[in-house]
Design a binder for this molecule. Structure first.
Ligand code: NAP
Length: 330
């Protein structure tokens, strides 16, 4: 039996692994079979992670984090968790391979998944011109006309990146003001291949075998029009990945895993959570990494408590007494 299993291999999971490994807790990291490395694997240049003044590519940063965790003894498994049994003192993790692993504690750091618009053509044409990852699929749109949906940093970043391939990139946003940071906005405004389509919602994606266009609805006057396109990149934010625990751990009204104050203690003793899965607000690589640190330190403390007297988790006991813990925030 392990002392700790970490589920997730983004900045939160790997930072928790680095700290846990350096504390001689011999962590097992379940890194996922296809999404190992998390959201930064779909990112190009990361310019705001301290220590990399010249920027670093997202996948390179994740490779370095993994290398650092393994250097101190973390074991990384490329498999997916299919079910969790976390009620008792022994936490059981069942993987897609059928293997079961047990531990005294768990760090849940599953991050978030790209949000979908939720219209019919979107799922039908996914992989046939509809994409959620510019770095993965941009190459297929050389000299094509495409659109990015969204007004946040992701949409600006993806659109700017896609101008390397596409002949034209529309940014379709439902308001007339962007949510993105000023530096990302300015970069997109300056790019001659980018044209903004304001106050517009994508209500249908057209095409039989592949995307041929979208139907836009004006969010001010409700009028509709078609826009011819070869591809649509959806970049409208992310939702926390909680499907493994939605009936096991307390969630917040925003849908993230609830944790006690600034700690990583969830509503179940011995289960800790970190990164985007607990964060409805900041969701940065560096805040996720900090959150992974908190989780590893909380695990260390929890295991030390178990070692001393088989004592119950003090935060867990506290949580049981809360009338409405979700309202306390993080
Ligand atoms: P976000 O900041 O939540 O922005 C989502 C955008 O999509 C918003 O403009 C939103 O419109 C729009 N949107 C949401 N739901 C929609 C829907 N159903 N239909 C149409 N549009 C919809 O998400 P994000 O851009 O993925 O960024 C997430 C976090 O990661 C942010 O904290 C961001 O700063 C960070 N990030 C940072 C970088 C970087 O620093 N290099 C790069 C990428 C992401 P409204 O504005 O109208 O709400």
């Amino acid at each position: 039996m392990r002392q700790v299993i970490i589920i997730g291999s983004g900045p939160a999971g790997y930072t928790a692994a680095i700290y846990a490994a350096r504390a001689n807790l011999n962590p097992l990291v379940v890194a996922s079979s296809v999404e190992a490395g998390g959201e930064l694997m779909n990112t190009t240049e990361v310019e705001n992670f301290p220590g990399f003044p010249e920027a670093i590519m997202g996948p390179d940063l994740m490779a370095k984090m993994q290398e650092q965790a393994e250097r101190f003894g973390a074991e990384v498994l490329y498999d997916d968790v299919v079910s969790l049994d976390i009620d008792g003192p022994v936490k059981k993790v069942t993987l897609g391979s059928g293997a079961t692993h047990e531990a005294d504690s768990l760090v849940f750091a599953t991050g978030s998944a790209p949000r979908k618009i939720g219209i019919e053509g979107e799922s039908r044409l996914s992989g046939r011109g509809v994409s959620y990852c510019a770095t993965c699929d941009g190459f297929f749109f050389r000299e094509r006309v495409i659109a990015v949906v969204g007004g946040g940093d992701s949409a600006m970043e993806e659109a700017t990146f896609l101008t390397k391939f596409a002949s034209k990139v529309y940014i379709i946003h439902r308001r007339d003001e962007l949510r993105a940071s000023k530096i990302m906005q300015e970069r997109a405004f300056k790019n001659e291949k980018i044209e903004f389509v304001w106050n517009s919602a994508v209500v249908d994606i057209l095409g039989d075998e592949a995307v041929t266009g979208v139907v836009l609805e004006d969010t001010v006057d409700g009028s509709r029009r078609e826009l011819a396109l070869d591809g649509v990149f959806v970049a409208i934010g992310n939702d926390p990945r909680t499907h493994l625990v939605h009936d096991k751990l307390r969630l917040t009204p925003e849908g993230t895993v609830w944790v006690d104050g600034r700690s990583s203690h969830t509503s179940v003793p011995g289960v800790f959570a970190a990164g985007d899965v607990i964060d409805p607000t900041y969701r940065q690589a560096v805040t996720a990494a900090g959150s992974g640190t908190v989780a590893a330190l909380d695990v260390e403390h929890y295991l030390a408590g178990l070692g001393e007297a088989g004592a119950p988790d003090p935060a867990g006991a506290e949580i049981d007494g809360l009338a409405d813990a979700a309202t306390l925030g993080r």
